[in-house]
Design a protein around this ligand. Structure first.
Ligand code: ADP
Ligand code: NI
Length: 198
């Protein structure tokens, strides 16, 4: 890795840490850090551009309408930050492209391999042991019940069926799919014990 790339990554990490220090919905600094690690691992296996994947992973939630009230303002701030760290306009474009269609709610598949990798990396953080913790943290922050056998929607357990158990099939890369398989199996075993205890 070129030394200015390392600096740019460090500055980006610090920037993200400042922005997400207060979040309790599962989109905190540690979520971003795990997504960066996942993205780096997948990018190496898939021979994609590791730097672009890491940068886009750090920034992938930076313009999410769920997290920022004023999206225009969030986009302007992100653009300013990317200019401040001296990214070439070509790299800047690739990074913005790689983070554009990551969100599950957009129901889109990113156009570039780096975008596909960041999407897989983000989705991996929604499944497995960490994913389970995040569902209940998110649900709690919205005042949503854990489970209600008489209620088909609006519970955290229902969210497993609405989203989490579907993610394995939606992986873009072979490497992401392999990691997802193991995390998926863990969620199934978690659910079966959950119902047994219930
Ligand atoms: P993305 O940023 O990919 O669009 P979300 O913001 O929808 O993802 O999800 C962030 C985290 O919150 C995930 O771990 C997800 O499983 C959890 N989550 C999202 N919606 C719900 C919900 N309705 N109930 C429980 N957990 C949720
Ligand atoms: Ni995310």
């Amino acid at each position: 890795m070129k030394s200015n790339e390392r600096e740019q990554l460090t500055l980006t990490e610090q920037y993200v840490k400042g922005k997400f220090s207060e979040d309790v919905t599962g989109h905190d600094y540690w979520h971003m850090k795990r997504v960066v690690k996942n993205a780096e691992e997948i990018a190496r296996e898939e021979h994609a551009d590791v730097f672009i994947c890491q940068m886009a992973a750090w920034l992938h939630d930076m313009t999410d309408p769920k997290l920022f009230n004023d999206i225009k303002q969030a986009e302007a701030e992100l653009n300013q930050f990317l200019a401040d760290i001296d990214l070439s306009s070509e790299l800047k474009k690739k990074i913005l492209e790689a983070m554009a269609d990551v969100s599950f709610s957009k129901k889109r598949i990113p156009a570039t391999i780096e975008g596909k990798i960041v999407q897989d990396a983000d989705r991996l953080d929604a499944i497995g042991a960490v994913g389970i913790a995040r569902v209940f943290a998110f649900g709690g922050s919205k005042g949503q019940p854990i489970h209600n056998p008489e209620q088909k929607s609006g519970t955290s357990i229902q969210h497993f069926y609405d989203k989490l158990l579907k993610l394995k099939e939606l992986m873009n890369t072979e490497t992401g799919r392999k990691i997802a398989d193991q995390r998926h199996a863990f969620m199934e075993s978690y659910l079966s014990q959950f119902y047994q205890e219930w």
